[in-house]
Design a protein. Structure first.
Lengths: 368, 647
């Protein structure tokens, strides 16, 4: 059981207060800070439904951001689901004011369609500037029927066709599909899962041979399987360090990364358009999985204030403790660093895109 | 285990826990009663307060909310014919018919009582079942899930009675509408006319409101008068409803059992269970003639099932992190926000919390149903109010409800279009439930069939589970005609009953039937052409739906040619006028903005059509506007502002 930080009654009072504030939001006085004028209310568009991963992530951050921005603005979450986050992002791109009072929270499923130039996308990451990004990692694992150790399994999957339950060929699993292909595995991707969790269920039922989960789901649902001998972990995707190299995931220090596995097998680091595509989609889908962004014509001082606010808490012990359950053992990245990574990750050159289009059609019969 | 069970019970009766749970129950009832809002809206009201709360107290609050939503939404289903949420669509059919007979109080009280009992049975089943549920849930692979969608579809035959081809055609239309959106196998988009709004397919709420609520509103406006066509007896009806449930313990128990077990199967649950149990009630009844016209069993069956289903849906949510319903999905978000990860730990380290959840479910069910039972009598008197006064308020309410689906103008237009189809179906007596069943099950049937074929190949259809469900389907399709055939033979031996056979009305055909058959064939032809460039995998389901429509229409035409037909006069002109009026309203929303259009429409309708006194009309219109503004504030909603605001 977690320690009690608030007694129920305190929380109830707080709840009433928040409710009162949000209903009377229009009447509250303008909070003036020293040099920047922070808006009273920040409307934070989440292009996903209530209770989904990105929604929960945003709700976790509202308290921390609000407490650390000058004047403690109220953060109101506006869920605009639809089209796998494309609808809400399009609306935000069209409507958002540039006075710094509107944010958007995006995820891999917002980044990927933009990179793949999906014809529904009418937003561009070039119009937005990041405040903060949170990374995640992930692990690929397989049925013990394929082999008792990672080596045996990796050997087996090059000789026989294995099934992998995915949401869509261009979803969060895309870099995993590319990675498995680079390792020479013969993968049949069965699409149409409504969540990564459904994919895991297909694995547990024995329908899928190989599966992938992000860090938090791996700890809660796959580790028990590994312990009881019903799953064999193969490799992690790793994390990007400050100098842009993929290193071992702090959550899985004992598990090799995809790059290590590739090097052991082939004697050299992965290269070519496939490796390039993997690197880009890994960066935008995992290193920068979830982002807080705002229109880049917002007042410069305000953008700076938001970034400073994030810096004020990301390294504190209290935050790290609270973040463990929500984000895993990863530290959020703030400000300019995100900007550089983001620009690099989102720019897919024509040769790589062309390779990807052909690869998706040939290997998986999917058109983009 | 037993000590954990009781220690969590003790936890339940502490002051903060009870306080928060009551708060959850009250919010749940309010969002349940307002059509279009449901678990998702309720949860989003509570989620902001969740972070940092003590888990067991917070879970009590969330469960209070989750448990009573399928109870509260019965009001709208029975009194106004508006399916409050996806869990109460089957209730509309007989519940609203009873309200029209002046028996709203009876329908409501038996609905609430069966909800309460169903919820308790569900909680009881859950207590034991959750410990052994893992292997059971895992034994339902994609092929069994596909067969379950077929079982759901087979209810169409049960529900459409003698107009079986019309029912199948209606179901085919539902299937076709349900395939709009992305193909699960290939990611291709199936969009008629390339309309962006249709990328995610049509929202269930919009389709439910359009097919059921709008035609009823128009019908009542044409007929004039109040909802209750016969005098109401509120007090007597209330007691009668309680007795109705007491007389049918078997039906309640069976439906609650079906509900709680179906709820545990991830990915299907809520949407099929009410139709399955409704179909079960029809099949198990000796006298089927009153179903659809106001049979109390048609209310008891789905209502006992839907609360039990909400309990069952906790199994996949807690054990696998896979929500069994929309509400459960949001509940899962709440769990994560509290720092709890679903999975095996919910049975080990957090077993106390799991039992807190179950106990809260049971207690909240009792509380919610008791509150609703108390409210049933006064609220049922709504059915005595002249309908012209209610009509503008209900119209605005369903527009508001539909707009909650994706919060775009497309929701309103889709509501109008589905509503127009609903009006045609209602006037010509084509089964609207069949349409809805087709629509609800189309995506599941397609995705699971594809997955079963990909994962398991031909073996998929030899699995024992598949064969058992297949046998159930065969039984539900073949037994009733066999039974009636045997009965006929027996009756043929006894000449005295000869007269009764003559009573069966000859098949009737009207001008709307002819128009519907013709236009469906034309639409089918057009869609076949429009979907020509879809790949094999992506196009198989819409083509199958088109084939079903064409086959059913052709068979109906052949039947009308070879069998004696009674020509029936079907009226439509007045209804079409009201449909046109509804589209005019949507048009004015697009020009003037939702709030302004709603206020003007209410005021105008009440003054001109209902001929109310100006003071009362202004008062009512102001209430509607205030309600809409309050909701916007509470739910961070932005209404369509209209083109004028853009100038």
């Amino acid at each position: 059981m977690t320690t009690l930080k608030n007694t129920p009654f305190k929380t109830f009072k707080k709840a009433l207060l928040v409710a009162a504030c949000s209903t009377l939001g229009a009447i509250s006085v303008n909070a003036q800070a020293d040099d920047v004028s922070v808006p009273d209310t920040i409307r934070w568009t989440i292009p996903f439904g209530v209770g989904g991963g990105t929604d929960v992530w945003a709700r976790f951050f509202t308290t921390w951001m609000s407490e650390n921005i000058q004047g403690n603005p109220t953060l109101v979450i506006d869920n605009v689901p639809g089209g796998g986050s494309i609808n809400g992002s399009n609306l935000f791109a069209m409507r958002a004011d540039s006075d710094g009072s509107q944010w958007i929270g995006t995820s891999a499923s917002t980044q990927y369609p933009a990179m793949l130039q999906d014809r529904r996308v009418r937003y561009s990451y070039e119009d937005w500037t990041p405040i903060l990004a949170t990374p995640t990692g992930g692990v690929v694992y397989a049925q013990p029927g394929l082999g008792n150790s990672a080596e045996e399994v990796l050997n087996a999957v090059t000789n026989q066709r294995v099934k992998f339950a995915v949401q869509s060929h261009t979803g969060l699993e895309l870099p995993v599909l590319i990675a498995l292909d680079l390792l020479g595995a013969d993968v049949q991707a069965v699409s149409g899962m409504r969540s990564r969790g459904e994919g895991r269920l297909a694995f547990e039922r024995g329908e899928a041979d190989i599966d992938f989960q992000t860090t938090s789901a791996y700890f809660s649902s796959v580790e028990p399987l590994v312990e009881s001998g019903r799953a064999v972990p193969l490799f992690s995707l790793g994390v990007l360090n400050d100098s842009g190299e993929i290193v071992r995931d702090p959550a899985f220090p004992d598990l090799p990364t995809f790059n290590e596995v590739y090097e052991t097998l082939h004697g050299e680091a992965p290269s070519g358009p496939g490796a390039e595509a993997y690197r880009k989609f890994f960066a935008s889908g995992f290193t920068l999985q979830k982002l807080i962004l705002l229109p880049n014509d917002a007042p410069e001082a305000l953008i700076q204030e938001y970034r400073d606010a994030a810096r004020r808490f990301v390294d504190t012990e209290a935050f790290k403790e609270a973040a463990m359950a929500q984000l895993g053992p990863y530290t959020p990245v703030v400000g300019e660093v995100v900007e550089q990574h983001l620009q690099d990750a989102m720019s897919l050159d024509d040769a790589t895109r062309q390779w990807l289009v052909e690869w998706l059609l040939e290997q998986h019969g999917a058109r983009i | 285990m037993i000590d954990v069970l009781f220690s969590s019970l003790g936890q339940l009766f502490t002051v903060p826990h009870m306080l928060y749970m009551v708060m959850g129950v009250l919010i749940g009832l309010i969002v349940g009663i307002i059509p279009g809002l449901g678990g998702i809206a309720g949860m989003s009201l509570l989620l902001p307060f969740l972070y940092g709360m003590e888990p067991s107290v917070a879970l009590g609050m969330l469960m209070g909310l989750v448990a009573v939503i399928p109870t509260g939404d019965t009001f709208a289903s029975v009194l106004l014919g508006i399916p409050g949420s996806s869990a109460s669509q089957a209730t509309v059919v007989d519940g609203f018919a009873l309200a029209k007979k002046g028996q709203a109080a009876r329908a409501l009280s038996s609905a609430f009582l069966s909800s309460m009992i169903g919820g308790l049975i569900g909680a009881l089943v859950l207590t034991a079942f959750i410990l052994i549920a893992r292997p059971v849930v895992l034994s339902f692979s994609s092929s069994e899930l596909f067969m379950l969608t077929l079982l759901g579809l087979s209810m169409v035959a049960v529900l459409s009675g003698k107009d079986v081809f019309k029912g199948i055609a209606a179901c085919g239309v539902g299937l076709l509408v349900g395939t709009i959106g992305m193909a699960p196998a290939t990611g291709e988009f199936r969009l008629p006319f390339e309309i962006d709004y249709l990328y995610d397919g049509l929202p269930l709420v919009v389709v439910g409101l359009g097919i059921f609520a709008l035609p009823e509103i128009i019908d009542l406006l044409v007929k004039r008068g109040a909802i209750a066509e016969q005098p109401c007896q509120l007090g007597k009806g209330w007691k009668e409803g309680v007795k109705d449930v007491a007389k049918r313990p078997g039906l309640v128990a069976r439906c609650a059992g079906i509900g709680s077990l179906m709820g545990t199967i991830p990915g299907l649950a809520g949407s099929v269970v009410d139709w399955l149990t409704y179909g079960h009630a029809v099949q198990s009844a000796k006298d089927k003639s009153q179903f659809g016209k106001g049979d109390i069993r048609g209310v008891i069956a789905p209502e006992s099932a839907n609360n039990a289903c909400a309990c069952g849906a906790m199994v996949p949510t807690l054990l696998f992190g896979i929500p069994g319903s929309g509400t459960a999905a949001v509940f899962l978000g709440g769990l994560l926000l509290l720092g709890l990860q679903p999975g095996v730990s919910m049975l080990e380290t957090n077993l106390d919390l799991t039992y807190t959840i179950i106990w809260s479910l049971a207690l909240a069910n009792i509380l919610g149903a008791a509150l609703c039972l108390g409210l049933a009598r006064p609220v049922a008197s709504l059915t005595r109010v002249p309908f012209v006064i209610l009509a503008p308020l209900i119209t605005i309410l369903i527009l508001f409800a539909a707009y909650q689906a994706t919060r775009s103008l497309g929701d309103l237009l889709a509501l109008g279009i589905i509503g127009a189809i609903g009006v045609l179906f209602k006037q010509a007596n084509w089964s609207r439930p069949a349409f809805l069943i087709g629509f609800v099950l189309a995506p599941g049937a397609e995705a699971y069939f594809y997955q079963a074929a990909q994962f398991q190949g031909a073996e998929a259809f030899m699995r024992p589970g598949v064969l058992i469900i297949g046998a159930l389907i065969a039984a539900s399709l073949l037994l009733p005609p066999l039974r009636s055939y045997l009965k006929k033979r027996r009756q043929a031996d006894e000449p005295t009953t000869h007269e009764r056979q003559e009573e069966v009305a000859p098949l009737a055909l009207g001008v709307i039937d002819v128009a519907l058959l013709g236009s469906l064939l034309a639409v089918a032809g057009y869609m076949w052409w429009a979907f020509a460039d879809l790949s094999m995998l992506g196009g198989i389901m819409p083509r199958l739906a088109i084939a079903i429509i064409v086959a059913a229409c052709v068979l109906e035409i052949i039947r009308t040619v070879i069998k004696p037909m009674k020509w029936q006069t079907q009226t439509l002109s007045q209804q079409l006028l009201w449909v046109a009026g509804f589209f005019a309203l949507i048009g004015s929303v697009m020009v003037l903005g939702f709030l302004f259009a709603a206020a003007v429409f209410c005021l105008g309708f009440l003054l001109v059509v209902a001929r109310m006194k100006p003071v009362a009309a202004v008062g009512l219109a102001a209430c509607v506007t205030l309600f809409l503004m309050g909701m916007a504030n509470l739910l961070t909603l932005t209404y369509p502002t209209g083109m004028l605001a853009g100038l």
